[in-house]
Design a protein around this ligand. Sequence first.
Ligand code: SAM
Ligand code: ZN
Length: 385
Amino acid sequence: LKIIEEGKVKIKFPDFDKVSSDAPVFYNPKMEFNRDNSILALQAYQKEVDREINICDLFGGSGIRGIRYKKEIEGVGEVSVNDISPLANEFTRINAELNDVEVNIDQKEANIELRTNMGLFDVIDIDPFGTPSPFVDSAAYNLKRDSLLCLTATDTSCLSGTYPEPCIRKYNAKPYKSEYYHENGIRIIIGFAALTLAKYQKHIEVKMSHSTEHYMRVYLKIIKGSKATDKSLKNIGYISHCKNCLYRTESHGLATSVPDICPECGEKLVTAGPLWLGPIQNKEFIESMIEIADEKELNTKKKVLKLLNSCKMEADAPATFYDIHKICRSLKISAPKLDLVFDKLKENGFYAVKTHYSPLGIKTDASSRELIEIVKELAEEVENK
Ligand code: SAM
Ligand code: ZN
């Protein structure tokens, strides 16, 4: 057996060589960051609704997530930890006792757990192996007014456009590979969730989302009402992209026409979607998470705060971003310092912020043509010095 410490808990599980779905009971130390950030998000959500919240940790593994939620979040009522594996359940029992917390333990297939406990949870956390897509419909059925849906996806290669077919199969959406593929992936997951929820007259407000290492994570608040749901679906649409000149454009609406040819250079455009074009970061919610971080003991706090501050800045930014190296490669020039590009964009009256997706990323309302001009000018200035 192995025992580890994370947050305020100690967790035991059978030792294994390599983190994989073959481990007898799943525990991934790399996900501590995801769990730390989740604690802040769930606490911010609890503060927002200002009542006791019941949580469902649908894929419990060692129980670490649910046990940490119970121990480290204030205002938590019941926590249900579910896992199809009897051994995982056994360890959740051992770990709950070890940490002196009470959780309900269920051993059901995730969809059955959700279908048979409709409306019982304020938070449903879906942290499966790979894709959450086969469980979103049951969550959509289960979730009540003002509840919170948290989704982790580790099938990032399909969402990023490396393998389009599995993305179409799992998320009913077409991806493409570009400098902002992680963000497109997040927008595909959210779009898929929004369309699934719409069947149940529910729609979403995205509270926070991030792409970190090998996974993507989204926090969605559920709102009810058919009319408002219809309106919210205007946030579903497509992004079309020119691989030649980096032009990109959005088309709103599910059954809408999308442009085929780049208006800048005449090349054929590639299109991703349907995906979520609405906001994917909520400034007030993220500010609340940042404030709450002060009160919590988290090993990854510094890294979490860096992410949160970046996501907060991205809240008002456009849906895609540029990569300075990619621009310079296509222009066959050496890259100017990123900060100079930001200064110049702002000098010219454009909006420009960095992004957590990439250290080379620039989120701006300048068009690709305008940005390329600025980069060229800067490169010339550097050369002439
Ligand atoms: N949330 C955990 C954490 O933070 O450490 C990790 C969960 S692990 C990625 C996925 C777990 O889901 C495994 O323990 C596995 O036994 C369980 N599982 C896989 N398929 C399932 C299903 N259809 N229904 C319920 N549990 C399932
Ligand atoms: Zn073009």
